[in-house]
Ligand binder design. Sequence first.
Ligand code: XIL
Length: 372
Amino acid sequence: MNRREFLNGAAALAGTAAIGPSMAAAAAQPSSLRQRAEAKGLLFGCAVKSTALRNDPDYVRAILEDADILVHEYELKRKNVEPKEGQYTFEGADAVMDFAGSHGLKVRGHTLCWYAANPDWLANALQGPMAERERLLVSYIQTVMDRYRGKMQSWDVVNEAVEPDQWNWNGMRRDNVWWQAFGEDYIGLAFRTAKEHGDGAPLYLCDYGVESDVRWNERRRTAILNLIERLRARDVPIDGFAIQGHLKPFQASFEPEVFARFMRELEGFGLQTMVSELDVADIDGPDDPGKRDAEVAAVTKSFLDTALSFRSMTGVLCWGISDRYSWMSDIAPYKRADGTRSRVLPYDDGYRRKPMWQAIADALDGAPARGS
Ligand code: XIL
């Protein structure tokens, strides 16, 4: 069953209890987030978990309703793909690819080179001679890109390369097996390898913490822009920059003008851009869920209005579609002190649309069409 058949069926079911009221309404309404994005030449989608694709039909319904592009939440992390040196397991990653392929959805590859979610054996293996270290980076990128040749809309080649709080002269992340093995040259090697083994899909650098005027964000923006300048000077083949978009408005307010200045700098390098992991942390937000939802929606709208006003922006992906599975409910920097589930994504844990869904819809409707 492809997505069109599925949604026709969902519309027919609209009067039954088989799907939630908001989903019935969604199935009947013409303008999903995917359709609103398509109308402007943009993509809208989300990170997905292969386990939920398999076990949660409401999750699948929400994704097929609103998403046109997917990204693996964790299945394409090296820890899951190469648990033992040279022994690759693509079952989880393939499950997402197969789901996307059967419904005509795009997928973006996240991520080829990251300081985190690496298999335990890698750090030790990177202690060998330089040729061996290079082989460990090159062979992985080659293996993964060869497998998904022609299937990825874009790639996050290097993820989270900067961390100014680690007091490197240039703000590079030092708690990073790749930086420890190569210094900054790992980034050029990764992108050149991706270029050589790629199929022309755009190659992105990806990072977070660039949307507020707090000092920590200012230092991250500076480190990122200086890094891109150095990479450009060395003809490193970077096509785009992915802004993750893990906003934390109740701790570091979103500042449109500050973010717009950063976007102008990125466009000055001729880079395409994307919001690749949007969720709006509600840690330290109002205890009343309704109030919290309204404030999260207002920040979402302001952020996307600013981001989508830039023609380099190619699309928006949320880091999940429903609060039922958000990573923010589980990890320290984001989870709420009162232990309640984080309310950070377009659908709540019962797949009811939240004000954030409408904020994304309004921002897409208000965005200038690409190419205009
Ligand atoms: C996280 C996933 O949400 C977790 O499920 C996984 O265990 C670890 O990775 N920035 C990123 C993402 O680029 O890859 C991270 O995703 C979240 C932070």
